[in-house]
Design a protein around this ligand. Sequence first.
Ligand code: NAD
Length: 344
Amino acid sequence: MRVAVFGTKAYDRRFLGAANERFGHELTFLEPRLDSLTVALAEGHDAVCIFVNDRADAEVLTQLAESGVRLVALRCAGYNNVDLAAAERLGVAVVRVPAYSPHAVAEFTVGLMLALDRQIHRAWARVRENNFALDGLIGRNLHGRTLGVVGTGRIGALVARTMRLGFGCTVLASDVIEDATLTEAGIRYVPRETLLAEAEIVTLHCPLTPETRHLIDAAAIAAARPGLMVINTSRGALIDTGALIEGLKSRKIGGVALDVYEQEADLFFEDLSSEIIQDDVFQRLLTFPNVLVTGHQAFLTEEALEAIAETTLGSISAAERGEPLLHRVDRGAVRPAGAAPHKA
Ligand code: NAD
């Protein structure tokens, strides 16, 4: 198939290019992201391959369909940037990579938790300046703390297990479906409100949907335990950033580690070090000593990039042969494999 690969970075070219030696598609690597201004670049292609911040809304999908594109291949797990109803109406199939390496994201999440809790990011900066003072770097043991995991799919389940079995945390979980193997491991499912009220650390691993949008908002923060630590490696809009900043200013929130941000599409994946950042909310966030932000890199391991390339190109080949699409995203919830229905 002729595939327009939008938002290409050097690592996409490397891993997709290497895997494609076996698949033999015609890949056009394009640097711009897909949106209503760049959609014309898809002309002459059968499929587009996109990432988290490309925009496949109704307008873009209509233009894609008109130019003959029949497949949108997301080289990521989340699909909140695709208007699935419009895709269905237009006869454009959408595939994703549901589980390229949940370990990559889960391990990064635990890394953020450790770094934030023990202030490793601040210690690193100090030592580079020959400042070996320890004042202000007191952390807390993770052992014995209460962690709340929102969304116990592939990634959340790994984080929950690691923190329960590896670190000895009390782990509360909330999900619309319950994983019995986690309950057996001593992880307790509770309603989300209970989790948010009892947890000392909350980590988010549910998808972004209308129901989960701003699940950490002013009300949730007001009901939380003082000093709550918030970790988000899922999607930025799960958190109301304005409310988060107010929570940090009032010290109700004790620390924040984010790999994703509500307005990240204007910032992440680009070198803006010589630019003037116009997003005042993001800039305010960076001023807090107890906030650690990374630029959506939790997925970025060699294993994950290999798996993403393999699954994406495999789906494109299946579409070319007219076979059923294993990783097709349809409207409605996508359930993680092996999870039992919620009992409550
Ligand atoms: P998954 O589909 O395996 O798990 C998501 C879980 O969330 C499921 O168990 C689902 O039932 C649950 N869920 C759905 N609605 C919920 C709700 N209202 N409340 C609580 N739980 C709910 O997905 P995954 O592979 O574990 O990925 C989780 C998220 O991580 C993805 O949605 C994606 O946005 C994000 N992600 C981020 C990166 C990164 O690099 N930062 C990489 C991969 C995935």
